[in-house]
Design a protein around this ligand. Structure first.
Ligand code: PEP
Ligand code: MG
Length: 549
């Protein structure tokens, strides 16, 4: 049956593909009591489900051995196969079915909770992470028990010919960044706001995405045919052939439109009255610099380095970070690369940092120990990053950008740590060049008291995503208040305009690197306020064309 759902459009374009469900909604299973005489058959039902799941994993293992399949896939299948037959899980389930006379699904979820809780106690981050694998294995068995098995033969066809559309209750920025290496056509989530980092990563991947759908996850089944209209915020499930044809046509038109924009990449960005405008790129991973270069970016205006720290159990050491920063600088040649220091916290989590200062679950993470606050609380970790950035400056033009500054003391402590990092490098005879140090203006207090920023720093970059969140007291990740997240609120506009004008008065370079910079509807307004440096994702359709107004 065809139906349509609406949500918040966060990343434009059209994706047509098959649903791939990821969420823990599966774990909300029914609980019922068995008659004594049904216990034996329930045990058989459970054992059969385990055997079927084992066969599914074997089939996956065979798929993973085809040339071109990611190497991690087969290791991941092996771990799942081991968990599936681990007595800690399966014997416990059998015991619950026998003793409590409960259905296998419910017993499975109870036992899973018990095992997962024990993993919480482990010191070792790698072992703690295996909790997720246990949950995924349990989800697999539940799917079999509930008769929602994936049709493997068909699934293979799907993997070859069609794109996958991820359907989730929610996705973290760390989940989403992994899509960079997978063939994901688009995604929809029930939760989320327009400038959450999940949405930002979707835009950087140029994959259509709609968030805040509320009911997509429970209503959609694996492999349903889906159309995601990321521009209008619409999801069509099982479209009829007429609608499908119409959307295929629109998708082709959009692709032609995009390829036309590519012809502008070598042109200068200039307003009709001859004012030059610089267009820089926002990147999350070093390889994104290639795209920045391809689209003719004037530099990297924001390298969100925290993404280097995600989806891993160990922190990247100084040499690994240095290599990452150097590779970006090398790709960009003589163009400037603005490297923002670690902005972890709030919706951006890194499991390798779980036992650090900011790791406890903060009552209000967006107002907690994030970004520079976290780095100043963890000076040794911060120094590693500062040294790596400084070393990379020997290979090109680097600007160092500090997120979430609000207090004079934070500026002073940061500058002192940069000096200390330089001293350490000199002592170990490591080379580095002069770097400019800039501050993000993304807390209203900073925009309202710019004096120390103008006196002590070399440049400013306005982070409108957080500036809007903190000025309007709207959680940028919360779909329930997304309608109140308003870049055009007079208070927001006043803060942006004042910051641009104050910086220009003293001849200090100022950029906007929040999502407002990539929204073509706002380009004229920002240019009118005096802004001449925009930083946005290379994939944003407004690239180049947005400045030609
Ligand atoms: C911002 O807040 O506008 C910004 C660019 O930083 P982030 O989105 O990473 O918080
Ligand atoms: Mg920010």
């Amino acid at each position: 049956m065809s139906f349509c759902l609406h949500g918040q459009a966060v990343s434009g374009g059209i994706a047509i593909g098959r649903a791939h469900l990821v969420s823990h909604a599966m774990l909300e299973v029914a609980h019922y009591q068995l008659r004594e005489r049904d216990v034996a058959s329930e045990l058989v039902r459970f054992d059969k489900a385990v055997a079927t799941t084992g066969a599914e994993l074997d089939a996956l293992r065979a798929e993973a051995s085809v040339p071109g399949a990611p190497a991690e896939l087969s290791a991941f299948v092996d771990v799942h196969a081991m968990i599936l037959v681990d007595p800690a899980l399966t014997d416990g389930v059998r015991e619950l079915i026998r003793e409590r006379r409960c259905n296998a699904e419910w017993a499975m979820v109870q036992q899973m909770q018990l095992v997962v809780d024990q993993f919480d106690e482990f010191e070792d981050a790698y072992l703690r992470e295996r909790q997720q694998d246990i949950v995924q294995v349990v989800e697999r068995v539940l799917r079999v028990l509930q008769g929602k098995r994936r049709k493997l033969a068909r699934r293979k066809a799907v993997m070859v010919d069609e794109l996958l559309i991820v359907v989730a209750n929610d996705l973290s920025p760390a989940d989403t960044i992994q899509f960079k290496s997978l063939k994901i056509g688009g995604f929809v989530t029930d939760l989320g706001g327009a400038t959450s980092h999940t949405a930002i990563v979707a835009r950087s991947l140029a994959i259509p995405a709609v968030v805040g759908m509320l009911h997509a996850r429970p209503l959609i089944q694996d492999e349903d045919l889906l159309i995601v209209d990321g521009t209008r915020g619409v999801l069509i499930v099982d479209p009829d052939s007429g609608v499908l044809e119409e959307y295929k046509l629109r998708k082709t038109e959009l692709e032609i439109e995009r390829s036309k924009l590519k012809r502008l990449v070598t042109g200068r960005s200039r307003t009709l009255d001859g004012e030059d405008v610089e267009l820089h790129a926002n990147i999350e991973l070093p390889q994104d610099a290639e795209t920045a270069k391809e689209v003719g970016a004037d530099g990297v205006g924001l390298f969100r380095t925290e993404f280097l720290f995600m989806n891993r159990d160990e922190l990247p050491d100084e040499d690994e970070q240095f290599e990452a920063y150097r590779s970006v600088v090398k790709i960009m040649g003589d163009k400037p690369v603005t490297i923002r220091t670690l902005d972890i916290g709030a919706d951006k989590e890194a499991r390798a940092l779980r036992n650090r200062a900011g790791s406890r679950s903060a009552p209000n993470p967006a107002l907690g120990l994030r970004a520079i606050r976290f780095c100043l609380a963890e000076p040794q970790l911060f120094l590693v990053q500062l040294r790596a950035i400084l070393r990379a400056s020997h290979h090109g033009r680097i600007r160092l950008l500090i997120p979430m500054l609000a207090h004079v003391t934070e500026i002073e402590q940061t500058l002192a740590l940069i000096e200390l990092a330089k001293m350490q490098l000199r002592e170990s005879r490591q080379k580095f060049n002069a770097v400019e140090v800039g501050g993000m203006i993304e807390i209203p207090a900073a925009a309202l008291s710019l004096g120390p920023f103008l006196r002590r720093l070399d440049f400013l970059s306005i982070g409108t995503n957080d500036l809007i969140q903190y000025t309007l007291a709207i959680d940028r990740t919360d779909g329930a208040v997304a309608h109140l997240y308003d870049p055009l609120h007079p208070a927001v506009l006043r803060l942006i305009a004042q910051t641009i004008q104050s910086a220009q008065r003293v001849g200090m370079p100022v950029a906007v690197c929040g999502e407002m910079a990539g929204d073509p509807k706002l380009t004229r307004l920002l240019v009118g306020m005096g802004l001449r440096e925009f930083s946005m994702h290379p994939a944003q359709g407004s690239w180049k064309s947005s400045s030609r107004s």
